[in-house]
Design a protein around this ligand. Sequence first.
Ligand code: BG6
Length: 489
Amino acid sequence: MPEPKLSADRLLLFGATGDLSRRMLLPSLCALDADGLLSPDLKIIGTARSDMDDAEFRNMAREALEQYLPSERRGGMADFLNRLSYQPLDASTLDGFDKLAEKVRENGPGEHGLAIFLSTAPSLFGPTIAGLKHAGLTGDNVRMCLEKPLGTDLESSCVINDAVADAFPEDRIFRIDHYLGKETVQNLLALRFANILFEPIWNSNYIDHVQITVAETVGLEGRVAFYDDAGALRDMVQNHMLQLLALVAMEPPTSFDATAVRDEKVKVLRALREVQASETVTGQYRAGAIQGQAVPGYDEELGPKDGKDSNTETFTAIKAHVDNWRWKGVPFYLRTGKRLPERVTEIVVKFRCVPHSIFEDMGATMLPNRLVIGIQPQENISLSLMAKVPGLGRDGVRLREVPLDIAMPDAFVGQHRRIAYERLLLDLIDGDQTLFVRRDEVEAQWQWVDAIRAAWDADGLTPKTYTAGSWGPSAAIALAERDGVSWHE
Ligand code: BG6
């Protein structure tokens, strides 16, 4: 057994007044506190450019909690707010870091250590690390957590990773992919490796193809500059979707620990075959309607852009392959987009047909089994099975697909749904890296994604338009249908 790591008793939040902090981090920490999961010694220090004092920061935090955390999870909010303090900082210069270090050490030095959460513009990563080094905040008892975007391609991500590695060894770096904090994503591992049923048939002998869909109804949500530089491939595929793919495709790890799990994921990511432009589709939404509500097009949300049209993709569909023994010849169809008809994240595993149907002569239609793993908003697992339609069978046997459904909320009544960051923040404080992304994974992800972008550039591919509220350009349907596959909807 590896030695248990000591929990941090100081948490330093960079970007503490920002959107992520107000929507996710502070609410997650408050919810953990309400459940008695934070040590009474833990102090949380916020820092950002805004000039405010402790009381003003606590006020801002209270407003954020009231806005983003359901009231039933806000028990003990006053005690939580008392944990908070604030130090303004311009992270682009070294000047303020000594003061920040003083603030961190206020109320007695942390005995167990410091966890730092960096959710700032990537351009500030380098200067922040330099400042932390200068102020002596990079010692052996300091953990560094990084929020995306970590670069826009392999090269820029290496620059960031090198800067961080200059001050922290990999076993103290925690890279967030918030999908790994989602309960249902972790449940994928339980489904695969805590049941004997699936693993023997989890391969190309029995699986025809896999579909991974991450559909969103939201548009730009005001993140104009960020999103237009990123696009769906970098924003969603490079991280969340490839992590889902890796969890579906990985070999069984020997244990549920950070090295074993991440070793297996990275093998999958490295085995991804380079994709041709013809195996991808890109799209950009135009005005339309979602659930009866009119919504503007991407270009309207974006506003004027030097008089030029943006070529950023808000939708992409990709046919991927994992080139290894287990997955030979099994396509993984990935699709993600903004302004699609519904918010849904799901993984569909379509099995092969039975090799010989004893019912064929009796006119029965056979459908292959299908496992649908709903990640959000519905957390459920549904296995479609063929069953006999009741009847005396005088005109032959009739078969029909029936679902074997497990709705997670019903199976675990009384458990509340947690924000993904609750798990990740707690793991950061406790020093458990299993659900964080290792540098080699990130680099394998970028390498694959960069090659796709290069193929798009080489082919001069520009996004096709789709109406907001539809499932993307019709070419995405054709991408699957060419192989006789229909997207699960
Ligand atoms: C983020 C992307 O990483 O994930 C956003 O930057 C996206 O564009 C979000 O909306 C989706 O997360 P979730 O948890 O709502 O599926």
